[in-house]
Design a protein. Structure first.
Lengths: 511, 165
């Protein structure tokens, strides 16, 4: 497992010159900024600032880039909590309970909770990376398309739990999202629903569509209101509240630990990433809770589950990157490119010869995660002031940033057009009581699900029984079925108890 | 009862139309994919998802039609929707339209001017009272954002000041 000599060597390398750490602060701040503006992403930040690192020594360059990477993980939860728009897809589940907390006037606590859950989740992910870089990285090799499909199916079951008050409408929203996600060229090169528009060959840009749906769900809802939170007392920004939220997060350590482990494992699967991790963790937290009905109404555990998983998933992704030389997603792809420019590549040979470098990066990350807590507190304190802005300033500013951000994501007008169209769709959905979150989950997971289902089909020689004949895949399937049935039975029992309570009272009164 | 529920009940036709549009999209998309290729590899996900979605949409249609014919006090009560809700709806339409206009204007007048006009229009629409504040804030915000996206991030957006038209 751990090679102690290499560990000490990595640690010594990292702290041989404390000046190397100066760049951690700008790195974290840039990451926080790019993560917290809807439409901007850590990939853009890394791409923009990569040339700057050409003039740096190896170590400060790595610390600077890791700072951006780590800062962005938490940054994306800030708009998710404050305005119901996730900065990146990985924070989508943070909106489910983070924003309801803001509407209750608990935005300070929600942000503090998100920050500490994110820090603890990241620590879990990177600690697992430190302890088991090889096994965690090699996990990716043992998980083929059938297992990946099952993991995605696990995330998809969240559609059922996000159904809102009307099951039919909730399921319709989720399945609509799944269907829209398949638009574009299939893995076999067949064009579906592209209407001859070349930009749609790659499919509907998911992030632009997601911002549109969420923007409509909330920004449009703010039209006609003066502030996000009407009560001036409740929209006050207080460091004490943020700290209280941070302390509160320790109460939810089982949720955070579970989220951290789920995130690290899912993050280690190439191409799955933070969005699936946060959705699965959120779904499991809801299923495991004694009061699942409180999720979606501002339950702090929902924020803790989502934030711990999305942050720890990056530790898992780094494990795959180092162990196999494979990037787990877009951000790790840019990181791998950037690292390789400085001579730090991945793969089994690299890991056996330079494990001390891996330990150095992991120690660097752990140090920056602790720094993130302090930098994040200050950043959050100022970012939370967004709720004190009147809507006639907040809503147009966020919309403009998101429109330009969606252009940046697609490098064409398709992004802003899709965002606007999905804003109208989301507004209709909201008007007729369809849960927008369900559609977003479908959109995020649809393409991944189709790709892995198709690969499983091909791997099985034109047969899908392969999904149930491989041990890990079958175990995952049984787990999904078991946990879904268990949660359904439990909520039915809880509903039964709720129904019987007034009856009992009536009985008591009669007596 | 929430404002959305009131609105949804006030206009059952609106929901009916929404479900019909979803159903039309589902059917069209399925046949678009089916005509492109009938291979199992193409329809492996689209067929089951669109079939389930179509069933859900038909069930929603049936529920809505049944509710329309049932009528009753709920639908009558819903007619008492307030004028403010209608005004809010108009503002939302105008807001969505202004997003579309902003996109259309960028290639013609550049991102800075389009962003400036978008900010002024939407800030006034959302109730900004002071013209001076609206103009100054819109100008600064549009310029800073355009600079960030065009010059710092090197986006190929039509720009009057920071790039090329």
């Amino acid at each position: 497992m751990i090679q102690w000599h290499a560990l000490v060597s990595g640690f010594t390398l990292l702290f041989q010159d404390p000046m190397n750490w100066i760049l951690a602060f700008p790195g974290l701040l840039i990451g926080l900024f790019f993560g917290s503006v809807p439409g901007l992403s850590v990939i853009m930040a890394l791409a923009i600032f990569l040339p700057v690192t050409f003039y740096m020594h190896f170590l400060p360059a790595i610390i600077f880039m890791m700072g951006m990477y780590i800062g962005s993980l938490f940054g994306s939860s800030i708009p998710a909590v404050l305005i119901n728009i996730p900065g990146m897809a990985g924070s989508v589940a943070t909106t489910f309970d983070g924003y309801p907390m803001t509407r209750k006037g608990q935005h300070n606590e929600a942000l503090g909770l998100a920050l500490t859950a994110s820090v603890l989740g990241s620590l879990t992910g990177f600690a697992l990376l430190l302890l088991a870089v090889k096994p965690l990285g090699l996990l990716g090799l043992h998980l083929g398309p059938p297992e990946m499909f099952m993991v995605i199916l696990w995330g998809t079951t969240l559609i059922g739990t996000l159904r809102g008050r009307n099951t039919l409408r909730g399921l319709a929203a989720g399945f609509l999202g799944l269907l829209v996600a398949t638009i574009g060229t299939s893995a076999m090169g067949v064009q579906r629903g592209t209407l001859g528009i070349p930009q749609l060959l790659d499919g509907v840009p998911v992030f632009a569509a997601m911002i549109g749906l969420f923007a409509a769900a909330e920004l449009f809802n703010l039209i006609g209101k003066r502030y996000v939170q009407a009560d001036s007392e409740k929209r006050r920004v207080s460091m004490r509240g943020i700290l209280a939220g941070s302390v509160q997060s320790f109460k939810y350590w089982p949720t955070i630990l579970r989220g951290g482990v789920i995130g690290a494992i899912i993050g280690a699967i190439p191409g799955v990433g933070a969005a699936v991790a946060c959705l699965v963790s959120y779904g499991e937290a809801k299923r495991a809770d004694r009061h699942p009905e409180t999720f979606g109404t501002g339950n702090p555990k929902g924020v803790a589950a989502s934030e711990s998983a999305n942050s720890s998933s990056e530790g898992g992704a780094m494990a795959t990157m180092f162990a196999l030389g494979l990037p787990g997603g877009g951000a790790t792809a840019v990181m791998l490119g950037a690292f390789s420019l400085h001579g730090l590549t991945g793969g089994p040979t690299f890991i056996s010869q330079h494990i001390n470098w891996v330990y150095m990066v992991v120690f660097g990350a752990l140090g920056q995660i602790v720094l993130l807590w302090f930098v994040g507190l200050v950043y959050t304190y100022f970012a939370a002031r967004a709720v004190t802005l009147p809507t006639h300033v907040l809503v147009p500013s966020i919309t403009l940033m998101a429109l330009l951000g969606s252009y940046a994501l697609t490098s064409s007008f398709l992004g802003p057009i899709v965002m606007t169209l999905f804003a109208v769709l989301g507004w209709w959905m909201k008007t007729y009581d369809y849960p927008v979150a369900g559609a977003v989950v479908g959109l995020i997971l649809g393409k991944l699900a189709e790709g892995n289902l198709l690969r499983s089909y091909q791997l099985g020689g034109g047969n899908l029984t392969i999904l149930f004949t491989r041990p890990i895949s079958l175990a995952l399937f049984l787990f999904i079925v078991g946990s879904t049935v268990w949660s359904m039975l439990r909520s039915r029992r809880a509903a039964g108890r709720r129904d019987s309570k007034p009856h009992d009272r009536t009985g008591a009164n009669a007596e | 009862m929430t404002i959305n529920e009131v609105r949804a009940r006030r206009r059952p036709w609106g929901h009916l139309l929404f479900v019909l549009l979803m159903l039309a999209f589902t059917v069209w998309y399925f046949f678009s994919a089916f005509n492109a290729s009938r291979a199992a590899s193409n329809l492996i996900m689209i067929l089951p998802v669109s079939a389930i979605l179509a069933v859900l949409e038909i069930a929603l249609l049936a529920t809505e039609i049944r509710r329309m014919f049932a009528g009753g006090p709920e639908s009558r009560r819903a007619d008492e929707d307030t004028k403010s809700a209608k005004a809010g709806e108009r503002s939302k339409w105008l807001y969505a339209t202004s997003m579309g206009v902003f996109i259309l204007l960028i290639p013609r007048i550049g991102v800075e001017a389009s962003a400036f006009l978008f900010m002024i229009g939407t800030m006034r629409l959302l109730g900004s009272k002071s013209w001076i504040f609206t103009i100054v804030y819109s100008l600064i915000f549009a310029l800073v954002l355009s600079y960030l996206f065009v010059s710092v991030m090197n986006l190929t957006l039509p720009s009057l000041l920071f790039g090329q038209m």
